[in-house]
Write a protein that binds this ligand. Structure first.
Ligand SMILES: Nc1ncnc2c1ncn2[C@@H]1O[C@H](COP(=O)(O)OP(=O)(O)OP(=O)(O)O)[C@@H](O)[C@H]1O
Length: 751
């Protein structure tokens, strides 16, 4: 760890050679993203998130190939912050045609996304609760011509149900703070008086709300459109206050609040009531959508701590559906502001997903929820992509091109992470299989769906089957371990370095199709007040509604991306129509991965420097269950600048990211001295001037380019890179070798 540490602008940033950068989230770093740093030239930048932006931009300009930057890491490790800096930096260095994409616009975009898609969780005070793909499309001159945002895996149920002591989306608090003071549209939204904010919270939320309104203005969202947002948010809020009861038939517990919700939505109370309660699955009276969970509410929960407490209400499905529709509308309005008719050639896509979730890391004793499982699943799939791109593919290429060249032999093939397939194995469209229970080992998502559809299926039968397939075996590296709490189990994420305890209580009910969620879109489209904003969205956009937002496609490239995403979903159209949540989740992650796969991918690993959990004793955390030797590590803490590092935690993250495996493979596959000595023995006849003149020389080979390091030295690409047609076999071989290999950084001593 010490050898990796490097001071940079008063902060800690770690980097490796190769297509990957590692960032240990610093706690404060105003100088790190200053204009001075922005203006630094190439080579000065590494290690810095701007260096990744530069590399992606240069690679795109040189190869005309789409690029993707994928950020990986735990929740709170700094992915979103770095994403924002990366996009801002790219837009700054590239410039835009006619200054359409000012820094102000990007700032506004992120302010809006943060308000509607972020919330405070136990791991991060401003955690992203959806996956986002931000694409910048560049024209022939390398300037930003247009841009687009696509979002998936929105944790929409957070408006109705969330872990104890966690908040709903930020925007609700902003609205709550301003409902009595703000002029115009906001004041027209009556807010239930029983929920209030502390004075300091209120002041902060008011400022944020003003910032949000200004940002919406910058993004061209009109006052009338803004009003529609406040109305729907107000309605969601009042639905929560209305609660639900079962007196004969299911109905609202407090009609006055339900009446207000109906008024804000522009529909009648009866209409709202039937949309919420009609065809609702049995036992689906869900917990409240109330905002704040006071200590007195906690007792009203189901004892598991997985739901927010408060009054009983079955408007959860409706509230989640309304929020999902609102979010989809928001993304399409943002895309309206980002699109342009300019012709674009290729793009840089930045992917940010909610980080790995582990309540124990935040000192919470509760089990992780189904939504947290979904975010962890997406992280696992991205990790798998990293493994495939960085290790498996590189190894194949090495075998193919350099087989037998390294005297040390080929590096061993690393086993791929196990969990992604464990989770989604067997999730296929229902039309090609029967829904009867099978004895075949299936993934967790499959089993969940199957048990939800089976009469008599419960969480206990689900876990029973899960353990019968994947339970602990002698000598095996089990990804699944039992817990002593009922309906709890452990999953070993990140190759068993991050053990997360899940609580499966209520999962079956959660994945059952809830028609109220579907009814939300009908209700909005038929609203007497706001239907115009929601009406036009039909057809294929509707099929993906609630899953992927931002498929309108403003530019040619955006259209292409949207088509490709839709294609991913077409294999599961029947499933989507069937509203199987598990299949939708798998398809969304598939769509995310497919959209990245077509590009050249740059990975950024963000690491959490320390965890708040387990009363400050990191050895008490389940995440420390790494291996026998790791368990014995002392809880060593290192001081670095102003920051205390939790070294065991960092080690576990490093191990889980498989970065060291990738590094070892690069090192073994392309050992500096060995390969270069061999390389030189075979091919130095092609560049004798380099070997003879320079003595100790430092050669940097990046992509297909070679350059001598000494300033002014002209033995560059022209001489080394271009083998004439009549070149000797060895020279042609050399060239082919050159064009197929990616030599990241090779330093050697030349005789
Ligand atoms: N480079 C940085 N400099 C200063 N603060 C940072 C930096 N990176 C992250 N932070 C701070 O760390 C906190 C968490 O960052 P951020 O929200 O970006 O994490 P994340 O990985 O996106 O989390 P999640 O996955 O939960 O969304 C924020 O409060 C942010 O201000």
């Amino acid at each position: 760890m010490h050898t990796l540490r490097q001071r940079y602008g008063g902060n800690l940033v770690h980097t490796y050679a190769g297509p990957t950068m590692v960032i240990v989230n610093p706690l404060s770093s105003p100088s790190m993203y200053s204009e001075k740093v922005t203006l630094r030239g190439r080579g000065d930048m590494s290690p810095h998130i701007y260096a990744v932006a530069q590399a992606a931009y240069r690679s795109m300009l040189m190869s005309r190939q789409d690029q993707a930057v994928v950020l990986l890491g735990s929740s709170g490790s700094g992915k979103t912050t770095n994403c924002q800096h990366l996009v801002q930096y790219l837009a700054t260095i590239a410039g835009s045609t006619g200054k359409v994409f000012s820094a102000e616009k990007w700032q506004a975009l992120y302010t809006i996304l943060e308000a509607f898609g972020n919330s405070s969780t136990s791991m991060n005070g401003n955690a992203t609760r959806f996956s986002q793909i931000i694409s910048l499309d560049f024209d022939q001159a390398g300037q930003v011509a247009s841009a687009s945002v696509q979002t998936l895996l929105l944790e929409k149920l957070r408006v109705a149900r969330r872990p104890a002591n966690e908040a709903t989306f930020n925007v609700f608090y902003y609205l709550l703070a301003c409902s009595d003071t703000a002029p115009g549209a906001v004041a027209s939204v009556p807010i239930a008086p029983h929920c209030s904010l502390q004075p300091e919270e209120k002041q902060k939320a008011t400022q944020q709300f003003n910032k949000l309104q200004a940002a919406m203005k910058v993004m061209g969202i009109s006052v009338d459109e803004q009003k529609a947002f406040w109305l729907v948010l107000g309605a969601i809020y009042h639905l929560g206050a209305a609660g639900a009861t079962k007196a004969g038939r299911k109905q609202f517990a407090r009609h006055e609040w339900a009446q207000k919700a109906a008024y804000l939505l522009g529909c009648g109370l009866e209409e709202l009531s039937s949309s919420v309660f009609k065809h609702q699955p049995k036992g689906s009276l869900q917990r409240s959508t109330s905002f704040r969970q006071g200590p007195e509410d906690a007792g009203l929960g189901d004892g598991t701590g997985t739901c927010s407490g408060g009054t009983r209400c079955s408007g959860g499905g409706m509230a989640a559906g309304l929020y999902s529709e609102l979010f989809t509308l928001l993304i399409s309005l943002l895309n309206r502001a980002l699109k342009s008719s300019q012709h674009s050639l290729c793009s840089v896509t930045v992917v940010d997903t909610p980080g790995a979730q582990n309540p124990a890391l935040a000192g919470q004793s509760r089990g992780a929820t189904f939504e947290e499982l979904c975010h962890n699943y997406a992280q696992e799939r991205l990790q798998l992509l990293f493994h495939q791109r960085t290790c498996a593919q590189e190894l194949e290429r090495y075998k193919e091109v350099a087989g037998g060249m390294a005297r040390g032999g080929l590096p061993p093939l690393l086993s791929s992470p196990f969990l992604p397939s464990f989770l989604s194995r067997g999730v296929v469209p229902p039309q090609v299989r029967s829904l009867a229970r099978t004895d075949e080992a299936r993934g967790l998502l499959w089993l969940l769906e199957e048990e939800a559809l089976q009469p008599g299926g419960t969480e206990d039968t689900l876990l029973e089957r899960l353990f019968s397939y994947y339970g602990p075996q002698e000598g095996g590296h089990d990804p699944l371990l039992p817990s002593d709490k009922p309906r709890h189990f452990f999953l070993g994420h990140s190759s068993g370095t991050n053990w997360v305890e899940y609580d499966a209580t209520g999962w079956l009910n959660h994945v059952k199709h809830n028609p109220a969620s579907q009814n939300a879109s009908v209700l909005l489209q038929e609203s007497k007040i706001i239907s115009s904003l929601f009406a036009g969205r039909a057809g294929s956009a509707l099929v993906l509604s609630g899953s992927v937002a931002g498929l309108e496609g403003g530019s040619q490239l955006a259209l292409r991306r949207a088509t490709s995403m839709r294609k991913t979903f077409t294999t599961g159209v029947a499933a989507v129509k069937k509203k199987s949540l598990c299949i939708q989740i798998k398809l969304q992650v598939d769509a995310l991965i497919d959209s990245i796969k077509k590009s050249k991918v740059h990975f950024v690993h963000c690491f959490l420097p320390k965890a708040e959990g387990a009363g400050g004793d990191p050895r008490g955390l389940p995440s420390r269950r790494v291996s026998g030797s790791e368990l014995d590590l002392p809880a060593e803490h290192c001081e670095a600048g102003l920051m205390q590092l939790d070294v065991p935690l960092l080690r576990a993250q490093l191990r889980g990211s498989r970065l060291l495996d990738a590094l070892r493979m690069y090192r073994q596959g392309y050992p500096d001295h060995m390969v270069f000595a061999e390389f030189r023995r075979r091919f130095d006849v092609l560049a004798p001037h380099l070997t003879k003149k320079h003595g100790r020389n430092y050669i940097v080979v990046d992509e297909k380019r070679v350059r001598a390091p000494r300033r002014g030295h002209r033995h560059g690409d022209a001489e080394l890179g271009a083998a004439p047609a009549d070149a000797s076999p060895s020279r042609r071989r050399w060239k082919s070798c050159w064009s197929r290999w990616t030599w990241r950084r090779a330093a050697t001593t030349w005789a």
